[in-house]
Write a protein that binds this ligand. Sequence first.
Ligand code: PDD
Length: 283
Amino acid sequence: MTRIIYLNGQYIPETEGKVSVFDRGFLFSDSVYEVVSVLDRKLVDFEGHVQRLARSLSEIGIEGAPDAHAWLGICRELVSRNAFEEGMIYWQVTRGTPDDRDFVFPPTDMPPTVLAFTQSRTLVNNPVAERGLSVVTVPDLRWGRADIKTTQLLYASLMKNAAIGQGADDAWMERDGWITEGSAQNAHIINRDGVLITHPLNREILHGITRAAVLPLVVQRIEERPFSVSEAEQAAEAFVSSASGFVMPVVRINGYAIGDGKPGSATVQLRNAYIEWARRTAK
Ligand code: PDD
C-alpha cells in the first residue's frame, strides 16, 4: 500500500516525495532524526523524542524546524492517513537545500527540509523478543558526538551488516574494551549479583528515550558506569533498549551464552513493564 508521507508542509503519496540533489542531508549527512513508536495508534513518549530532536537541532545549529505542537499534529495526521496500528514514525530535519554543494552552511533563514513517514511493524508481539538476540562486539569508530542523533549512520549500518555476516543479529560497539552501545540501541547487562549496569550519559552514547523510561521501572540496583566486553560476556542477563525494539533480550555475546542462553526473567519482566507503561502513557 502506498504510504502518505509528510514532506515540507505537505501530505503526499510516498512515490511523489522529491528532495533536491543539493540537499545538505543527502550530500553531507547534515541532518538529524528521531524514531517514535506507535502503539494502538498512539505516540509513545512523544515529549521525550520532541525534546531530544530540539537538542540535536540546537547542537548543530539547524533552525526553523516544526515545534512540539506542530510535530504532534504531523504525527497524528500521518497515523490517521495511513491506517496503521503499530510501528514507528520516522522524522528527519536537514539543513535544507542550497543551490550548490558547499561546505559552508547556507544562511540560517534557509528553510530546513522536514520529512516524516510511518513504518508499520509488529512491536509488542515481535517474535525476536521470545528468542533473544545474538550480538558480537566491534570497535566503536564513530565520531565523538554519538549523543547527537544525526543521520551519519554508515558505520552503524556497516557493523550491523558485518555482525549478520558472522551469523549474529547485531553489533555492540566498544571503546578500549568498554561497551558503549548497540548499533541502534542502548546496551545493558545484569551481572551475577543482580546489578543492572548501563553506560552513563555522556557524548559516547545516544541518550536513549527508551532507556530513560525503562530505568525507573527497574527493581534491581542500577550502576550507571561503563562495563567491559568480558563483564558482558559473563553477565547473567543482557538486553538492549530502543524505540523500535522496546526492551529486547540479548542471549549471546561473542558466542558466549548469557545465563542459560534464553531471555532472562528480569529482562522479560522489564519488557512487560515497559510495554504496560508505554500503552498507559501514549498520547
Ligand atoms: N535508534 N543508540 C543508538 C545509536 C540509536 O540509534 C538508538 C535509536 C538508541 C536508542 O534510543 P531510543 O530509545 O531513543 O530509541 C541508542 C533508532 C530506533 C533508529 O535509528 O532506528
